[in-house]
Ligand binder design. Structure first.
Ligand SMILES: Cc1ncc(C[n+]2csc(CCOP(=O)(O)OP(=O)(O)O)c2C)c(N)n1
Ligand SMILES: C=C(O[C@H]1C=C[C@H](C(=O)CCC(=O)O)[C@@H](C(=O)O)[C@@H]1O)C(=O)O
Ligand SMILES: [Mg+2]
Length: 567
């Protein structure tokens, strides 16, 4: 029996060269034997390859690359639970529209369900969380399979990229021998012109007119810029806001805050403090996904809602009266502005919200400008100034309180800070690895993470050590899940609340930092945190600042104090 397979080599060389032809540039490979043909084919290619040993972290690392590139990234595993460990990142990729091409090696059909080692059912392993699945045929050396490899590679790339973007899964069964020899690339098929030309999506004129009719007599409205890539739609948003006299509330993940004086961003703090005494809008035009702020989502839950969704999705969880306009936001907004010309404007409405924004900014400044006792909001309020040596920089924020505190307290990041988060499934897993994947593309990242989220993905730190990635990680350590102190569960008596929700662990992370050769600082006061950031920010490599902040209960009081309730 041959000890090396040339049939498989030709098949995979064709597959990989066609992926490269389709714009794929990066691959994350997890080690295994059954995946040897895929690993060798990718390692021999022109792709930028990363080899990471923990599949759960590796998959989020690939997610971070694809999220930043906005192009499909390859992810490779061997068979068995290795492939199953990709699931959390595949789920996040599906719900946050990130293009991934997942390649899992498998045993051949005759070994499936036979008790063979490391053999599980990998057919549609990720279920409904991928856009497309293909169980690949075994290589047989025929020319038709070369054509199939070329076509399937291109289909995988275009399907992953096509709006809404997302993960696709190709399962590759391999027989032994697994060692593979590859042909001279000149003997491979020319991948040829792109085989699939996606439809150009234009807004529906009738839909625009219907929505305009809906909004015809409404003068008290909001424009909400949700999480998403909003820069292209900003000019049209500003034009419509001026025309209608409606304020623009920008989610931190829209990355519009600070780009124009008309962009407001204090809605979360204002509504947590004063929602009951403020008039709700008659209608809301929302661009992108629902905003991070639960306070805003609840405040507008009774308003007529127009969603402009360039990602062709249905994202409207409040089940309110809504119209979803799919298509590119700038075009839809401009056509809506034309259809709403001569609309009645209520200057007092716009003035009311400008004043609320101004007042909250003054209140936060007055209460946060010089405080030194540990409190979570200070980090977020001063973030733009403290990270100045690194700017412009990508800032990845973990779910739970960090993303909500950025929303409430980071007011004017402008173009200096670009905020990212995994808001597809709001997991606290894979946060560190996703951020490090971003650093692999951009060359630097700042990660602000909770202690449980950091604990969840400490394995992910290996990527920074192994590849010398630049990452400044600020761990906001409140010894457990701070978010639950803001939820009704906090009314539960002890020991129930702390046991089930607070989940204290008593960990500090200096040894984790040492394990991965990171520069480390332990800080407690605001001044210590500021000094640590300013000292470590300019350094290269992995830097970890642990901020032992106030207790979770003290932070609840701090938040209430800032939002206007006297402590
Ligand atoms: C993988 C995963 N497990 C559990 C949860 C539920 N959850 C949401 S927030 C949270 C606590 C997060 O604690 P931490 O990271 O320390 O952030 P903090 O709330 O303290 O700021 C938990 C357990 C989740 N979202 N994802
Ligand atoms: C911990 C989980 O996620 C919940 C956490 C916070 C959300 C919430 O209610 C925040 C309150 C606020 O921002 O004022 C909650 C939600 O969105 O309803 C999330 O489910 C969890 O395990 O679900
Ligand atoms: Mg915490």
């Amino acid at each position: 029996m041959s000890t090396q397979s040339s049939e498989v080599g030709r098949y995979l060389a064709q597959f990989v060269i066609s992926l490269e032809h389709s714009g794929v540039t990066h691959a994350v490979i997890c080690p295994g034997s059954r995946s040897t043909p895929l690993s060798l084919a990718l390692y021999a290619s022109h792709l930028k390859t990363y080899v990471l040993m923990d599949e759960r972290s590796a998959a989020f690392f690939a997610l971070g690359i694809a999220k930043n590139l906005r192009r499909p990234t390859l992810l490779v595993s061997t068979s068995g639970t290795a492939a199953a460990n990709f699931m959390p990142a595949v789920v996040e990729a599906f719900w946050s529209h990130v293009p991934l091409i997942v390649l899992t090696a498998d045993r051949p059909p005759e070994l499936r369900d036979s008790g063979a080692a490391q053999t599980i059912d990998q057919i549609r392993l990720y279920g409904s969380h991928v856009k497309w699945f293909q169980d690949m045929p075994l290589a047989d050396g025929t020319e038709i399979l070369d054509r199939f490899a070329n076509i399937t590679a291109q289909r995988a790339a275009i399907t992953a990229q096509q709006n809404p973007a997302g993960p696709v899964h190709l399962n590759f069964p391999f027989r032994e021998p697994l060692l593979t020899v590859f042909p001279d690339p000149s003997t491979l098929l020319d991948p040829g012109p792109a085989r699939i030309i996606p439809a150009q999506e234009q807004p529906d004129p009738q839909g625009i007119l219907l929505v305009a009719q809906w909004l015809r007599h409404i003068s008290q409205g909001f424009i909400v810029a949700g999480p998403g890539h909003m820069a292209q739609a900003l000019p049209a948003m500003l034009r419509l806001s001026r025309q209608l006299g409606w304020p623009i509330w920008a989610d931190p993940l829209s990355n519009l805050r600070g780009l124009d004086p008309a962009i407001l961003g204090t809605h979360d703090a204002i509504l947590r403090a004063h929602a009951a005494s403020l008039p709700t809008p008659q209608a809301v035009i929302r661009i992108g996904a629902p905003p991070t702020s639960k306070a805003l989502n609840q405040f507008i839950a009774q308003s007529l809602l127009v969603v402009i969704d360039a990602e062709n999705s249905y994202r409207e969880p409040m089940l309110q009266e809504a119209q979803i306009l799919q298509g590119s936001a700038d075009q839809v907004l401009d056509e809506l502005a034309t259809a709403l010309s001569n609309q009645t404007v209520d200057p007092a409405w716009h003035h009311l919200w400008q004043e609320q924004d101004r007042g909250m900014r003054a209140q936060l400044a007055q209460r946060l400008a010089s405080v030194n006792t540990p409190n979570e909001p200070s980090l977020y309020y001063h973030l733009v100034n403290w990270l100045a040596p690194l700017e412009p920089v990508d800032v990845f924020v973990s779910n739970s309180m960090p993303i909500r505190d950025v929303d409430a307290f980071t007011l004017n990041p402008g173009r200096q800070l670009r905020f990212w988060a995994n808001r597809g499934a709001n997991g606290i897993d894979g946060v560190t690895s996703t951020a490090l994947g971003m650093s692999a593309v951009q060359g630097q990242v700042v990660l602000i993470t909770g202690d449980l989220a950091f604990y969840h993905d400490m394995n992910g730190l290996l990527a920074a050590k192994k590849y010398g990635l630049n990452a400044l990680i600020i761990v906001v350590n409140n010894d457990g899940g701070g978010i639950f102190s803001f939820l009704p569960q906090s009314q539960l008596a002890e020991p129930t609340f702390e046991a089930l929700f607070g989940t204290p662990h008593g960990l500090t992370f200096e040894h984790a930092a040492a394990l991965y050769h990171a520069a480390y600082r332990h800080t407690q006061t605001v001044e210590e945190l500021k000094a640590a950031i300013q000292d470590l920010a300019p350094l290269p490599g992995l830097r970890i600042i642990e901020w032992h902040t106030a207790s979770r209960q003290d932070n609840v009081s701090w938040h209430a104090f800032l939002w206007g309730d006297p402590v």
